[in-house]
Design a protein around this ligand. Structure first.
Ligand code: HEM
Length: 198
């Protein structure tokens, strides 16, 4: 996996909840101590979620301006930096982080939720190559907030969590993309009847 964030173990048999064809999903594989580290640092970050959400997306647009097009396609806004939609999306991303931390000990539900989120991002035309950059900007936004609590171990657990979020979202996106590229039964029938008519 050419992922900029930390590596996860690939591939693994997906959970039974998904419909066929089943995609390959990564495992999260955090130790109980690492889970605890995430929970504790999230407690400190929680108060600043609105701020972090906006910083992440403003920096994302600075480093990858092409991401703006996705939002412009979706929202009719003049100045994205000032837009309430951008703020709302920042908060939504952070609420995904919150849910992920809350479900860290039972990832089956988390996996399903992130997979569906990836599917909806196919509909929003927001491709997976950008998700990992959200993770990178998230890490650089939380570092100054955590101050002396920031350690290599803390950095590692947040990298692993974001890599996981991005990877499961990507699998959902790809499943939706494959579904849309598949020929519908009507298209197949029309092609068949055209071929027999020739
Ligand atoms: C880790 C990365 C990301 C997470 C966790 C995330 C999360 C979310 C969530 C929770 C929603 C609300 C709607 C829903 O539940 O389906 C949403 C909507 C949306 N996302 Fe993302 N997102 C991420 C990355 C991106 C990126 C990189 C883009 C664009 C380049 C993007 C574009 C959109 C758009 C256009 C919508 C729909 C409209 C809106 O809410 O503004 N997302 N996202």
């Amino acid at each position: 996996m050419g992922c900029v964030l930390s590596g996860l173990k690939w591939p693994r048999t997906p959970s039974k909840d998904h419909v066929t064809p089943e995609p390959l999903l990564p495992t999260l594989g955090l130790t109980p101590q690492q889970q605890q580290l995430l929970i504790e640092t999230w407690e400190l970050l929680k108060q600043d979620i609105a701020k972090v959400g906006v910083i992440v997306f403003i920096r994302l647009f600075e480093t990858h301006p092409e991401c703006k097009d996705v939002f412009f396609l979706f929202h009719d806004v003049d100045d994205l930096k000032l837009s309430k939609e951008l703020r709302a999306h920042g908060l939504r991303v952070l609420s995904v982080v919150e849910k992920s931390v809350a479900r860290i000990e039972n990832v089956t539900r988390l996996e399903k939720f992130l997979f569906e989120l990836g599917r909806s991002h196919y509909r929003y035309k927001a491709p997976p190559r950008y998700y990992q950059y959200v993770g990178i900007e998230f890490l650089s936004a939380i570092r100054p907030i955590l101050k002396e609590k920031w350690t290599p171990e803390v950095e590692e657990v947040w990298k692993v969590l974001f890599t996981y979020i991005c990877a499961v979202m990507k699998a959902g996106y790809q499943e939706e993309e494959n579904k849309h590229n598949e020929k519908t039964p009507t298209m197949k029938r029309l092609e068949k009847s055209q071929a027999t008519a020739m």
